[in-house]
Design a protein around this ligand. Structure first.
Ligand SMILES: C[S@@+](CC[C@H](N)C(=O)[O-])C[C@H]1O[C@@H](n2cnc3c(N)ncnc32)[C@H](O)[C@@H]1O
Length: 223
């Protein structure tokens, strides 16, 4: 990893390390909205998996998705921040969910090619310093033809709102970690994943569920 990317990753790790102890508290209000979106997201994931599927969650955070994980899958999860990993492990233990939850960086995953049938991430690729590299890493570790599911907020297509998001982005990123002005659908295409569907969750077109397939290693073209 280059020096600039290394510094950006260290800064992201430090920011999320600071907020890990209060993350669930900070998210109480947004989570009122996200809860039904998480249920919908994981229903879509479950619909694509079969019994015994190997599932990777990237950027697991404090483990808010663990209650929704498909029961019949093998679960592995990573996060950049030790404080998040510890909280996610505690949540899994409390819920009686078996999982391997460990520290890791989406941009250089510690897994071999073809280790998973699918990967999922919610509100993560807004924070990964090099999102295209992270998405390419998911394509590397997910089997050819396997699915990658994302739930993300993106830059508004409304020019005024988009510009406002650009303006406040440095403040939000430096205080909390996420970039609020990324075009994650385009990043998925740039990572040479094939988009199967994009679902708008809100009227403003900011929150989306993206389902993509790993076709790079099948020799196909992304759309
Ligand atoms: C906004 S939080 C979302 C947490 C969780 N997915 C959720 O839906 O509540 C973003 C998470 O991504 C993690 N993260 C950021 N950059 C990462 C990276 N390069 N690799 C792995 N995790 C990362 C952060 O530590 C944080 O836990």
């Amino acid at each position: 990893m280059g020096k600039v990317k290394g510094l950006a990753t260290a800064a992201t790790k430090a920011r999320y390390g600071r907020i890990a102890p209060i993350y669930d508290l900070m998210e109480i209000l947004p989570e009122l909205r996200y809860r039904s979106w998480r249920a919908r997201f994981w229903e879509i994931v479950q619909g694509e998996l079969s019994r015994g599927s190997r599932l990777l969650e990237v950027g697991v955070g404090t483990g808010k998705n663990i209650p929704y994980w498909p029961q019949e899958s093998h679960h592995t999860a990573i996060d950049l921040v030790p404080g998040m990993v510890a909280r996610a492990r505690r949540r899994a233990a409390k819920l009686g969910v078996e999982a391997e939850i460990m520290e890791g960086d989406a941009q250089s995953l510690q897994f071999l090619e073809d280790s998973f049938d699918a990967a999922a991430a919610t509100f993560v690729f807004c924070s990964v310093p090099d999102p295209v590299l992270g998405l390419q890493e998911l394509a590397r570790v997910v089997r050819p033809g396997g699915s990658i599911f994302l739930m993300e907020h993106v830059r508004s297509k409304n020019p005024r709102i988009g510009k406002l998001m650009d303006l406040v982005n440095p403040i939000v990123r430096n205080l909390m970690g996420p970039n609020i002005n990324r075009d994650t659908v385009r990043n998925v295409k740039r990572a040479k994943l094939a988009i199967s569907s994009v679902i708008d969750l809100d009227r403003g077109g900011i929150f989306k569920i993206i389902h993509a397939r790993n076709i790079a290693s099948l020799g196909g073209d992304s759309n």
